[in-house]
Design a protein around this ligand. Structure first.
Ligand SMILES: [Fe+2]
Length: 330
């Protein structure tokens, strides 16, 4: 007999000895079910893993509260998942808690979405109209699949750079071992680790998704649901250039925040799947882009690209890798 949380009710054998409850997932994915997000919960495993497994829950569990589903799935994961993954997630959570408990933000206003102060009016108008026509009125598509448009006010760029410098001073003063933005960039900060996760999630949901739905529906642009948000720094005593690569994202938003620099152009070389990521480019795929402070570049994560050397000065860019759980599973 099943209980309403999908577990098998504890049974008794003829001798009255209780047998352990059965906790099993169903053998086939329920593709019709839209899983919940677990990003805001304190979990021992990646929140995405819970979203992923939710489609394998017994049907009578799908409408239960999240904490019941977490309890059920955690029991299963503890039995089967490698200790290493649990340790990694626990360490990262501790790392974030250490930062959040003692880092004092310099500009509290960047931690809460304030659209009127963050974005330029033309961008806000296009988003509020929310049509392909309104988006196309503010952007250019210099090569297929790469969209550039003015997005941030200069004041917001300055404030975010100042906040990042404050984070770096805090790290330096405490000789804190900081996690790098990604495997390729050594200089910069993961903003999500410093308390900006909620603001960046809103930025993705309310301001990137409307555009990605129109321009990148085939790669998950309709269903972006998680992100990795960071700032990278190039120039003197920083990274110089970035090799040819694809991003760990479905859709990437890359915005130059400043400051004064020479060089550092982005070069694009066409979209490729995993199998053909190193194949040659066609001449029509070759495109170079010169960064302009406050201006965004929006492209598929699989659109191959790199950054040329920043020859002088310092360049700071905000990058948001937007991901879709649905695409990850395909
Ligand atoms: Fe990249």
């Amino acid at each position: 007999m099943s209980t309403n949380d999908g577990t098998q009710k504890v049974r008794e054998n003829g001798n009255g000895v209780e047998l352990p409850p059965m906790q099993r997932l169903i053998p086939f994915e329920n593709k019709e079910h839209n899983p919940e997000s677990y990003e805001d919960m304190q979990l021992d495993y990646s929140p995405l893993l819970f979203s992923s497994l939710e489609r394998y829950l017994p049907p009578n569990m799908l409408s239960l509260p999240r904490d019941r589903k977490v309890h059920f799935l955690s029991d299963i994961l503890t039995r089967y998942s490698p200790q290493g993954e649990r340790t990694r997630v626990q360490k990262h959570r501790k790392y974030r808690q250490q930062i959040l408990s003692s880092y004092e933000p310099r500009h509290k206003e960047v931690y809460t979405m304030n659209a009127a102060n963050f974005f330029v009016p033309s961008f806000l108008k296009a988003i509020s109209e929310n049509t392909e026509e309104s988006f196309r009125s503010i952007l250019v598509e210099p090569t297929p699949g790469v969209y550039t448009f003015e997005v941030f006010q200069p004041k917001f760029c300055e404030m975010l750079i100042d906040e990042v410098e404050s984070m770096e001073r805090w790290v330096h003063d405490r000789r804190f071992h900081i996690i790098c933005p990604n495997t390729m960039n050594k200089y910069g900060v993961v903003l999500d680790d410093f308390g900006l996760e909620t603001m960046l999630h809103k930025l993705m949901n309310d301001y990137i998704c409307p555009m990605s739905r129109v321009f990148f529906p085939e790669v998950g642009g309709l269903t972006l649901d998680s992100h990795h948000g960071f700032v990278v720094e190039y120039g003197v005593n920083r990274d110089t250039e970035l090799g040819f690569h694809v991003d760990d994202s479905e859709v990437t938003l890359n915005v130059c925040l400043g400051e004064k620099f020479y060089g550092g152009d982005l070069f694009f070389r066409g979209v490729r799947c995993d199998k053909h990521v190193n194949t040659e480019s066609q001449s029509e795929e070759v495109f170079d882009y010169a960064h302009v402070p406050g201006r965004a570049v929006l492209h598929r994560g699989r659109h191959r690209h790199g950054a040329r050397a920043t020859i002088s000065g310092n360049r700071v860019n905000l990058v948001i890798w937007c991901r879709s759980y649905c695409i990850d599973q395909d």
